[in-house]
Design a protein. Structure first.
Length: 416
C-alpha cells in the first residue's frame, strides 16, 4: 500500500540521514524503529535482513556493551515469531536475555522482560513446562526489582496467568490474573482500556473453570470499555465481541453467539480491507457458531470465504488457514459428505504439523480426518490410527480436552 511504501521510505531516510551526520546512536535507533515497523506490518518483511545488517553495523560503531543490541535481539525475536520461525525467535530472545544481564544485571527488570519473551515462545513451541518455569523466574525478578504493587508487575502476572491456563492449572491462573487486575485497577481506575487484556484473559480462564456467568460479565465489561474508549464501530470492539461469543458457544447459546459474531464481522468489514486476516478469523468464528447451531450449509459458506482470504494472504500456507479448513471438514462430515471432507482436513493437518501449532489443535484435526476416512471407507486403518494418536493427545490435555476425549471415545465405541 501507499502507507507501507511511505513508512519504508521514511525509515530509510531517517536512518541514512543520521548515519550521514555521523550520529551512530541516532542511526542505530532509526534502524531499530525501521525493524519495529516491519513487525507491525508497515514495511516489507524482506527488508528485515537489510535493516538488521545496518542496525548491527551502527551499534557496533558505538563500541562496548549496548542496550541497543538487546533491543535489536528483542525486535528480531518478535519478528521471527510473527513469521512462524519459532526456533529462530527463541534464539534471539535468549541472546536478548544474555545482553540484558550484561548491561543491567541478573535479576533486573530488563532481564525479567527477556525471560517473559522466552517463556512466550516456549509456550508456542508446545514446551509449556519450560515456558512456565521461565515465566516464574521472570515474575520473581520483576517483583524483586519493582515491588509487589507496581503496574508493570501486572503485565508479568498476566503472562504468568496465561501460561498457567495453558498448563491446565486454571485455579492458579485465575489467582494470578485476578491479582493483576487488582493492581491495575488501583493504578488506573476501573474504566481504563489498560485493563482490557487482563479482563479478557481472566474471562477466558473462567470459561475453563465453567464459571460462565463470571466469564460473560468480564467479557461484557471489556466490550463496554472498548466502546467507551474507541466507539462502537472500532475493530477492537469486534475482538471483544468474539470473546463473549466464545462464552455463549460454550453455554450452548448458539443464536446469541451468531449475533455477536455477525456484529463483529460487520465492524471489521466496514473498517478493514476485504481480504484482511481479521475478517477471515471472523468468518471462521461465525462458521463455528453456525455449525454449533446445526446451520451447516451456512457454516460451510463462511468457512469457504475464510479459506479464500487466507489463501490469498500466503498462497495456501498461512497457519490460520488450518482453522476454517478443519471447520469445513467437520461440517461436511455432519452433512453426510465425508469423502469431500478429506481434502480440507488433509490440508489442515499438514499445516498444523508443519507449523508446530499446539499438538492439541492438530489432534482435533486428526480426529476429524479419522472420522472422514472411516465414514467414507477410504482408509479405515489409517483413520483408526489417527484416532488413536488424537486420543493420546486429548488424554495428555487433561480437563482442557475432556470434551474432545469423550466425543472420541463415544465415536470409537460405535465404530466397528
Amino acid at each position: 500500500s501507499g502507507d507501507a511504501k511511505a513508512a519504508r521510505e521514511a525509515a530509510l531516510a531517517a536512518a541514512d540521514g543520521a548515519e550521514a551526520s555521523g550520529a551512530d546512536g541516532t542511526g542505530a535507533v532509526a534502524w531499530l524503529v525501521a525493524l519495529s515497523s516491519i513487525a507491525k506490518g508497515a514495511v516489507k518483511p524482506e527488508d528485515t535482513e537489510l535493516f538488521e545488517r545496518r542496525a548491527r553495523a551502527a551499534i557496533a560503531r558505538l563500541g562496548g556493551p549496548s542496550d541497543l543490541l538487546g533491543d535489536l535481539e528483542e525486535i528480531l525475536g518478535g519478528r521471527r515469531r510473527e513469521d512462524g520461525k519459532l526456533e529462530e525467535s527463541l534464539a534471539h530472545h535468549k541472546k536478548e536475555l544474555e545482553l540484558r544481564m550484561e548491561v543491567y544485571g541478573e535479576g533486573s527488570l530488563a532481564a525479567a522482560d527477556a525471560r517473559a519473551h522466552i517463556a512466550g515462545v516456549l509456550t508456542f513451541l508446545d514446551r509449556v513446562e519450560e515456558g512456565a518455569a521461565e515465566m516464574e523466574l521472570a515474575l520473581q525478578d520483576a517483583e524483586a526489582a519493582i515491588g509487589s504493587d507496581h503496574p508493570r508487575l501486572a503485565a508479568f502476572l498476566n503472562v504468568h496467568g496465561l501460561n498457567l491456563k495453558n498448563r491446565g492449572r486454571y485455579e492458579e491462573s485465575y489467582a494470578a490474573l485476578a491479582r493483576a487486575l487488582e493492581i491495575l485497577e488501583r493504578a488506573v481506575g476501573k474504566d481504563s482500556d489498560r485493563l482490557s487484556a487482563t479482563i479478557t484473559n481472566l474471562g477466558n480462564t473462567c470459561m475453563h473453570l465453567q464459571r460462565l456467568d463470571e466469564a460473560r460479565a468480564l467479557h461484557g465489561r471489556a466490550i463496554a470499555i472498548k466502546e467507551r474508549t474507541y466507539g462502537k464501530e472500532h475493530p477492537t470492539v469486534a475482538l471483544a465481541l468474539n470473546n463473549l461469543a466464545n462464552v455463549e458457544i460454550q453455554a450452548k447459546r448458539f443464536d446469541e453467539a451468531i449475533r455477536l459474531h455477525e456484529r463483529g464481522l460487520a465492524i471489521r468489514e466496514k473498517a478493514l480491507a476485504p481480504d484482511d486476516r481479521m475478517i477471515g478469523m471472523s468468518l471462521t468464528n461465525l462458521g463455528d457458531a453456525l455449525a454449533g447451531s446445526k446451520k451447516l450449509a451456512e457454516a460451510t459458506e463462511r468457512y469457504r470465504r475464510s479459506i479464500t482470504i487466507f489463501e490469498k494472504l500466503s498462497g495456501g500456507k498461512h497457519s490460520m488457514l488450518s482453522y476454517p479448513l478443519t471447520g469445513l471438514g467437520a461440517a461436511l462430515i455432519e452433512l453426510g459428505k465425508p469423502e469431500e471432507a478429506i481434502e480440507p482436513l488433509e490440508r489442515a493437518l499438514a499445516i498444523r504439523d508443519k507449523d508446530g501449532l499446539a499438538k492439541d489443535l492438530a489432534a482435533e484435526t486428526r480426529f476429524a480426518l479419522a472420522r472422514a476416512l472411516v465414514a467414507s471407507k477410504k482408509d479405515r486403518e489409517r483413520g483408526l490410527r489417527l484416532a488413536d494418536e488424537a486420543r493420546a493427545e486429548f488424554v495428555r490435555g487433561g480437563e482442557k480436552k475432556k470434551v474432545f476425549l469423550d466425543e472420541l471415545d463415544a465415536w470409537r465405541a460405535v465404530t466397528k
